[in-house]
Design a protein around this ligand. Structure first.
Ligand code: MN
Length: 139
């Protein structure tokens, strides 16, 4: 087992299926936890990113809440600096705010993603996060 794998010693959820490569740079896995329906209008999934992996810039028409459960990750909103994320951090993302999230360069990273108000739409995918953007922390 590699060092990166050892950082997740006792994962809460299985890794699930590979995230779509067109919307992610590097490897990530998505495990659906709660499916969408017209009672809750909410999708919940567990997402694992390998070190260095991140999703594209995107927005959520209904907003999003991230709950960090393991590893060290990054979160950035357009026009702001990267925010470092650790286990136990919670990120609330307002509707239609352009952002991305993912692992830091040296650590696997896991969060639960809660997407409420799905009647407004779940996600709008945008451009990839460039290496220049990804490595902008502490510059
Ligand atoms: Mn998001």
């Amino acid at each position: 087992m590699s060092t990166a794998e050892n950082q997740i010693s006792n994962p809460i959820f299985p890794k699930g299926d590979s995230a779509p490569a067109e919307y992610f740079t590097g490897k990530a896995w998505v495990k659906p936890l709660v499916p969408n329906d017209t009672t809750f209008n909410c999708v919940i999934g567990n997402v694992v990113f390998e070190a260095g992996a991140r999703n594209n810039w995107h927005t959520h028409p209904g907003g999003q809440i991230l709950i960090v459960t393991d590893g060290i990750g990054y979160y950035q909103e357009k026009g702001k600096s990267i925010r470092l994320l650790n286990k136990g951090d919670v990120v609330t993302i307002q509707p239609d705010v352009e952002h991305w999230h993912g692992a830091s360069p040296d650590s696997e990273f896991t969060h639960i993603a809660i997407n409420p108000n799905t009647q407004e739409g779940v996600v709008v995918w945008l451009d990839r996060v460039t290496d220049e953007e990804y490595y902008s922390l502490n510059k």
